[in-house]
Design a protein around this ligand. Structure first.
Ligand SMILES: Nc1nc2c(ncn2[C@@H]2O[C@H](COP(=O)(O)OP(=O)(O)OP(=O)(O)O)[C@@H](O)[C@H]2O)c(=O)[nH]1
Ligand SMILES: [Mg+2]
Length: 593
């Protein structure tokens, strides 16, 4: 009889994060092999859902995978993140292999077959895709710090033409799903010139990423390669196309920008692009590594539940198998009565049978086996104690390994002073509201009377219009427009709010256009107050950004009046002449420094 797992002792504070991660993974592995795996083996769970779960547990770093049409800039962005040029990039379809980028002391390639056999990496299951796929699987190791927190996966671009798609030697969509299932974060990157939803892109969202929309982020890359109006149109069409492919109620987060290290094209939304990139990097470097362990614990809890359900369904069928019938007849009867078995075990174990896998899955699976090879429910329950052990893993052992929500003190409702203090906080806002003072709430889509002109004016000025042009566009006085940047009272929220349902494509574009303009208009001249939970630049970073933006604007103005070359003096030596020319070149490149 398997011993009931002992109650874990309270966590000792970890020495280092590395140690903490390794300890947790080792505990999870122990829980899995001691209590869950034996139940899986008794009921052949790994044949029902092959998954190489043990390797997935042992893998210490979260995976971040990049998908998207070819030439969207996936490999370039990975190079940018690694501050190098390790991966090949180019305007034609370039990446032919699924490439795993891991941390290593020396930069260099790793053989795909070596990765596919590594015990602490979850790639052993890839063997089922055959030799033709393994030839398109490779690794690369690099000594960058980011790779100490996450492992990146570059993928071949999604193709448009049916001819190109047929030339693939493996099932791309099935593989994309395989990698997506093992990823903590999935980026789908778009090039503004390739938004058309071809066959493969549709399959990507409808099959490969289905059910995993919560970890999908969209990137609209190369956004500075268009003027403002084109960007709005592209943003609108991207949302329009996505809405036909993603059916979840919550729209995906879309990062807009230029995700490489080349200077932004003049006159584009630099500040917005920089904020977007900072948000994305925050998610990549902080949010994902921080949540990775909890996700691992949660995935083992889910595995325990799936295996538990699997065991009670088959165990119950086995228990009720009529002994007097012929073997085949008895099995047929048991399979026919499966819906009834579902209801019986669901009520016995206080579960909802609608959460169980479809009856057809079990019918297909059990066709292959003799039901007598499985143990009865009573045997695993009473004699072996396996069910109780797994139940305890679900109820107490694993939840205690999740990051705790720190308990805080409870206010005493009998303490009158405390109550008054709390109420005073609300009274002040009630008084302010009556007095007509500005509050904290409100969003960018609520435009205060009189602010519309000023906000829009600044957007148009920032987009490169003269005050006269902006005034014409807004039917306002040029003097009103000229004062716009100083007179902004209320900074709008930065987040792009997706268009409400029911708008036509044209209206969606107008909606996004207004929002982006408002965001740009709302970029305050002073560092904004930090919003809790939202990644912001530090005041220093913001000042640096604003300074860089001003510098670029000045450079643009100077470009109109070309820098006058200093005439070289005839009596200078060749060496002096070369130094002078070098200095001059340097000045032309950085006229502000
Ligand atoms: N203007 C602009 N061009 C970019 C940007 N990022 C990448 N590119 C260019 O876009 C082309 C494609 O980049 P890749 O990184 O090879 O694209 P990919 O998505 O990896 O493409 P495949 O490997 O073929 O799927 C290259 O010529 C890059 O120089 C960007 O942010 N702005
Ligand atoms: Mg590539």
């Amino acid at each position: 009889m398997a011993a009931v797992p002992p109650q874990p002792t309270p966590e000792v504070p970890p020495q280092s994060w590395d140690e903490h991660v390794r300890n947790t993974i080792s505990k999870l592995h122990q829980v899995y092999t001691t209590y869950v795996k034996p139940l899986e083996d008794r009921f052949k769970y790994d044949l029902f859902k092959p998954s190489w779960f043990e390797e997935t547990i042992l893998n210490a770093k979260p995976f971040v995978t990049f998908f998207g049409p070819f030439s969207a800039g996936k490999s370039t962005f990975i190079n940018h993140l690694l501050q190098s040029n390790y991966l090949w990039t180019g305007p034609q379809p370039t990446t032919a292999e699924f490439t795993v980028i891991l941390h290593g002391d020396e930069p260099g390639p790793l053989d795909g077959r070596v990765l596919a056999n590594a015990r602490d990496l979850p790639f052993r299951g890839l063997a089922e895709f055959g030799e033709s796929f393994l030839q398109n699987f490779q690794g690369f190791q690099a000594p960058h710090d980011l790779l100490k927190s996450v492992t990146l996966i570059d993928t071949p671009g999604i193709l448009e033409s049916a001819k190109d798609i047929h030339s693939r030697k493996y099932d791309y969509i099935k593989l994309a799903r395989w990698f997506a299932e093992r990823s903590d974060l999935i980026f789908v990157m778009f090039d503004p010139t390739k938004l058309d939803a071809g066959m493969e892109l549709k399959m990507m969202f409808k099959v490969a990423l289905k059910g995993m929309e919560g970890k999908v982020r969209i990137i609209l890359n190369k956004s500075d390669s268009m003027n403002t109006q084109e960007l709005m149109r592209v943003y609108g069409s991207l949302f329009w196309n996505l809405s036909n492919m993603i059916t979840t109620t919550e729209p995906p987060r879309v990062y807009v920008g230029s995700f490489w290290d080349q200077p932004y094209a003049p006159g584009t939304f630099h500040l917005l692009f920089s904020q977007e990139k900072a948000d994305l990097i925050h998610e990549l470097t902080e949010v994902i590594p921080m949540q990775a362990l909890d996700k691992k614990v949660a995935s083992l809890i889910k595995r325990c539940k799936d295996v538990f359900v699997h065991a009670i369904i088959i165990g119950q069928m086995r228990q009720e198998l009529p002994m007097l019938f012929g073997k085949d007849k008895a099995k047929r009867k048991a399979l026919d009565e499966l819906p009834l078995t579902y209801e019986k075990v669901a009520s016995k174990f206080k579960m909802n049978h609608r959460d169980f896998p479809p009856v057809e899955d079990y019918r297909a699976f059990l066709e292959k086996f003799d039901l007598e090879t499985f143990p009865t429910l009573e045997k695993v329950e009473k004699e072996e104690g396996l069910l109780t052990a797994v139940r305890q893993c679900i109820d107490t052992i694993l939840p205690r390994m999740l990051r705790p929500v720190k308990p805080t003190s409870i206010a005493d409702p009998r303490n009158r002073d405390q109550r008054r203090e709390l109420q005073d906080k609300y009274h002040q806002t009630i008084v302010d509201q009556v007095a007509g003072r500005q509050g904290m709430q409100g969003s960018s889509d609520v435009v205060q009377a009189g602010q519309y002109t000023t906000s829009m004016a600044q957007a148009l000025l920032t987009a490169g219009m003269t005050p006269q042009q902006a005034a014409m566009g807004l039917a306002a006085q040029p003097s009103q427009v000229a004062q716009a940047p100083q007179s902004l009272a209320q900074p709008a929220q930065r987040q792009v709010v997706p268009p409400p349902a029911g708008l036509s494509p044209e209206q969606q574009i107008q909606w996004m256009q207004l929002q982006l303009q408002m965001m740009q208009a709302a970029s305050p001249p002073q560092p904004p107050a930090p919003v809790p939970g939202v990644q912001q630049f530090t005041p220093q970073q913001l000042q640096m950004l604003l300074a860089a933006q001003q510098q670029q604007q000045q450079q643009q103005q100077q470009r109109v009046v070309p820098v006058q070359p200093v005439e070289p003096q005839p009596q200078l030596s060749t060496e002096q002449l070369q130094r002078l020319l070098a200095l001059q070149q340097q000045q032309q490149q950085q006229p502000q420094q």
